[in-house]
Design a protein around this ligand. Structure first.
Ligand code: AMP
Ligand code: MG
Length: 412
């Protein structure tokens, strides 16, 4: 039996990032960049006006004031998207809109608020300085400069940045396809009518949703009965995918069933059983470079083992550099008893008070009670050597709802 830390190390050591693939820009959102991107053009591509106003020669207007305004002739209008036909020469100005290219000869923009348009002339009563309100060529991005590094998780701003330099296709890490198999003679499909002695296969759904949540691609291969032959043929089919995740059939009683079937199809086992609760029975192996996770059948055990082991492995395959859920420290609201020798993950609620976090158990910690995981915002981590976590003590808590740090208020 290995520790949680050791199991995590063994698994992550045996998992490598997948190769890259080229996708259309929008498909790259939320994925990890597989290439270093340099700008193939300047952004903005030309000097343009940051204001609605007049493009002028600084020398003509430098001394303009409310008491001593300067009047210039207006040559033409340049809206955004068009190029001025004429050069701005001494005594002249061009009316310009935000985003329009600065006409030749002009070296300042006077904002429209400081002007008065009279006939075909403009009276200027205030100026902001030479070069004012001109966005220079390449001010945002300079041609040839690196803009995004390989390994960057692409946000919506990154997607826009790539669009701005005209990059419509981009290389990102491939997303693993994940075969999900539930094992057990007692399992029914979600649409089946209830039958004596049978329960609905919920694990396939929990696991698929968890795979989907991080952007990997789940494939539900259904239920397989507790027969070595059926298991072996299902595993063989599953090995067409990048990752295989099974649930059930790894507890002491029937461990050999799943292990035997995995060995039958050529999977090399690297570990089974981890000193933890829930999720003590657990198998991990590899078929070539494909990781195979044999998760326990109990709904909470399989979900927690997924979070601890399969989730980081999938993130690593997708090119992430950091794979672990965030951990905070919280004060325990009540004492919790635990078993010596096992690291325990206790489903908990969290509450904030005066900048501090407080954790309390969501109730029964039976590994069959999925409801208490559904209520949980975190998992309190109880260390192996401890038998009691006292009320008021500081405990590490793995955040489960880290993506849901939303607030009901504006908050600032
Ligand atoms: P096992 O690990 O196969 O011994 O299963 C442990 C417990 O988890 C048993 O009570 C099973 O009925 C239950 N279980 C196994 N697989 C599933 C599943 N796919 N969905 C819901 N419960 C399951
Ligand atoms: Mg079973």
């Amino acid at each position: 039996m290995v520790s949680v830390e050791e199991a995590s190390r063994i698994i992550l050591r045996q998992v490598s990032p997948l190769p890259g693939e080229e996708v259309a820009l929008l498909q790259a959102a939320g994925r990890v960049l597989f290439e270093n991107v340099r700008a193939s053009r300047n952004v903005p591509p030309f000097a343009n006006s940051a204001m609605d106003g007049y493009a002028v020669r600084w020398l003509d207007v430098a001394r303009a004031s409310a008491t001593d305004p300067v009047t210039l002739s207006v040559l033409e209008d340049v809206p955004a998207g068009y190029v001025a036909r004429r050069r701005v020469t001494k005594g002249n100005a061009t009316r310009i809109m935000t985003g329009a290219p600065v006409p030749r000869g002009a070296d300042a923009i006077v904002r429209v608020e400081y002007t008065e348009f009279i006939g075909d002339r403009v009276r200027i009563s205030r100026v902001d300085g030479q070069g004012s309100h001109i966005r220079g060529i390449g001010e945002d991005i300079q041609k040839g400069r690196p803009i995004l590094k390989k390994g960057k998780l692409l946000t919506s701003a990154d997607i826009g940045l790539l669009a701005s330099v005209g990059k419509s296709r981009v290389r990102v890490y491939r997303r693993p396809t994940v075969a999900i198999i539930s094992t057990g003679d007692e399992l029914l499909e979600v649409d089946d009518s209830p039958q004596p002695g049978k329960i609905v296969n919920s694990n396939s759904y929990t696991l698929s949703a968890a795979v989907q949540e991080i952007g990997a691609v789940p494939h539900l291969l259904g239920i397989v009965r507790d027969k070595r032959k059926s298991l072996a043929s299902a595993f063989k089919r599953a090995l067409h995918y990048d990752v295989v995740i099974t649930s059930g059939g790894v507890s002491v009683g029937d461990y050999d069933l799943v292990k035997g079937a995995l060995l039958d199809v050529g999977v090399r086992m690297a570990l089974w059983r981890v000193a933890q609760r829930p999720g003590h029975p657990f198998a991990f192996g590899r078929m070539g470079s494909k990781p195979v996770f044999g998760l326990p059948g109990n709904p909470v055990s399989s979900a927690v083992s997924f979070l601890l082991y399969a989730r980081p492995a999938l993130l690593k395959m997708m090119g992430y550099k950091s794979f672990f859920l965030p951990v905070i420290h919280a004060t325990l609201e009540h004492e919790i008893k635990k078993t010596k020798g096992l690291k325990e993950f206790i489903r908990c609620c969290l509450r904030e008070d005066d900048g501090r976090s407080f954790a309390s158990s969501t109730g029964t910690q039976s590994s069959g009670v999925l409801h208490s995981l559904s209520l949980a915002q975190g998992l309190i981590v109880g260390k192996e050597e401890e038998t009691l976590l006292p009320k008021g003590s500081q405990v590490p808590v793995i955040l489960l709802r880290h993506q849901g740090l939303l607030s009901g208020e504006l908050g600032f």
